[in-house]
Design a protein around this ligand. Structure first.
Ligand code: FES
Ligand code: FES
Length: 162
């Protein structure tokens, strides 16, 4: 076992300090050291995207990063989307468009969409298909996820909270 090191992460506007081995992944740190279990772990090798979080405005696979590498970055997880009891427009749209069934992939899709819409608020259908092809869903068939993100993007462009 390697000696633990001090790690500090900025997540959803809050600082989390803990000790962990340098090989601790960001996904494990978020779930086990920060208690933010909304970030899910599926394949644990960069394929499924369910562990996607936003880091300095880019979607990243938290299973492929070490927590020590994420120090100094601004991380947003699915827990950072809602404002109190008010769900984010993307979360509402996922419910309204039946864009989830088991929900396992949902945090990853939400964070992927949230991060990408911040960069490009009005993606074409082709661009959105390309963005969403980054993550896997075993239940929905993707069509409803596409519709939900499209609807949320529209709402956000018309003034809904981002
Ligand atoms: S758990 Fe990270 S990509 Fe699958
Ligand atoms: S809703 Fe079940 S994997 Fe996507």
């Amino acid at each position: 076992m390697t000696d633990e090191v001090d790690i500090s992460l900025s997540v959803n506007g809050r600082t989390y300090r803990f000790k962990a081995e340098p090989r601790r992944t960001l996904a494990d740190a978020l779930r086990e050291d920060c208690g933010l279990t909304g970030t899910h772990l599926g394949c644990e090798h960069g394929v499924c995207g369910t562990c996607t979080v936003s880091m300095d405005g880019q979607p990243v696979r938290a299973c492929l990063m070490f927590a020590v590498q994420a120090q100094g970055a601004k991380i947003v997880t699915v827990e950072g989307l809602a404002s109190g009891s008010e769900l984010h427009p993307l979360q509402k749209a996922f419910i309204e468009h039946h864009a989830l069934q088991c929900g396992f992939c949902t945090p990853g899709f939400l964070m992927l969409a949230w991060t990408e819409l911040a960069k490009n608020p009005n993606p074409s259908d082709e661009e959105l298909t390309d963005i969403l092809s980054s993550n896997l869903c075993r239940c929905t068939g993707y069509k409803n996820i596409f519709s939900a993100v499209k609807a949320a993007a529209n709402e956000m462009r018309n003034g809904a909270p981002k």
